[in-house]
Design a protein around this ligand. Structure first.
Ligand SMILES: Nc1ncnc2c1ncn2[C@@H]1O[C@H](COP(=O)(O)OP(=O)(O)O)[C@@H](O)[C@H]1O
Ligand SMILES: [Mg+2]
Length: 264
């Protein structure tokens, strides 16, 4: 019997990713492999391109150049000759279901209750009927500890509760990969913990996640890999011990020195 020694395809493979806005090149050549179960924390100064990178990974922004493959399948079709990638909206809608995103500002619909927010994608994107969507949404709210807030509108929820609804909404779509863009940066300090605990529980389930954060202590314990982004490239990467305790690059050292509230 033949044995298969080829390692499994990475869940996500990014090669030569570039993103321009006008003549500004914001992402300047990023290569990244994400294995199933990886928890990657992304650090970097404001304006370094962290959000743009995540937005390219779920195609809220279309890359200017480069390739993104999910579970071995290239997203888009290579145009013969030029090597350019063309994307269809239909394919990108599917990719956005496979790559969930949680935003700093929650992005909940204010006119919908918590459960309405969690159901919305199940109804409109997945085409589930109301009863099935509602029962699935309820289970997700329960999972983030908000079963009792199903019928509450966002305006009546705390920031931490809003962010947990947003996490439930992302989970409901059963993404293969979850992206978090500074999920605790908009929260009052006393509400950060409940959201980080929710994220930690997802890590313990073995979910594959990329997390942009300034919570360096959390990143140290959460991540198996850290990327430090500067000027649209991965300036330094490694294990949490390597990057956070023994950074090699001057810019990483300076960034960490500015975050001196950091405790392991
Ligand atoms: N839609 C856009 N149009 C033009 N410039 C943008 C756009 N989005 C981001 N940028 C620019 O890209 C740079 C990186 O932004 P961003 O990815 O948000 O950085 P970070 O998340 O690391 O703070 C910034 O200079 C920002 O102004
Ligand atoms: Mg950002």
């Amino acid at each position: 019997m033949a044995t298969n020694t080829t390692p499994p395809a990475p869940l996500l493979r990014v090669t030569g990713l570039r993103k321009h806005f006008g003549k500004d090149e914001i992402i300047r050549g990023i290569d990244l492999d994400v294995a199933p179960g990886d928890r990657i924390a992304i650090l970097g100064a404001s304006g370094s391109g962290k959000s743009t990178l995540l937005r390219c990974l779920n195609f809220m922004e279309k890359p200017t150049a480069g390739r993104i493959a999910l579970a071995g399948g290239l997203v888009g079709t290579e145009r013969p000759g030029s090597g350019d990638i063309v994307y269809t909206e239909r394919e990108l809608t599917q990719v956005r279901q496979r790559v969930g995103m949680v935003f700093q500002q929650f992005n909940l619909f204010p006119h919908m209750t918590a459960i309405g927010n969690v159901m919305e994608g199940l109804r409109t994107v997945k085409g589930m009927d109301r009863a099935a969507a509602e029962s699935k949404a309820r289970a997700q709210l329960e999972r983030v500890g908000l079963a009792d807030k199903s019928d509450t509108y966002p305006a009546r929820l705390s920031g931490g509760q809003k962010q947990r609804v947003a996490i439930a909404r992302a989970l409901a779509m059963e993404p293969e990969l979850l992206l978090f863009d500074e999920p605790t940066s908009a929260l009052d300090p006393e509400l950060v913990g409940e959201v980080l605990r929710t994220i930690r529980a997802l890590a313990e389930e073995g979910r594959t996640m990329l997390l942009v954060t300034h919570e360096l202590g959390f990143a140290y314990h959460f991540a198996n890999r850290i990327l430090f982004i500067a000027d649209g490239v991965i300036h330094e990467q490694g294990t949490p011990d390597q990057v956070l305790k023994n950074p090699q690059q001057a810019r990483t050292q300076a960034f960490l020195a500015r975050h001196n509230e950091f405790h392991f």
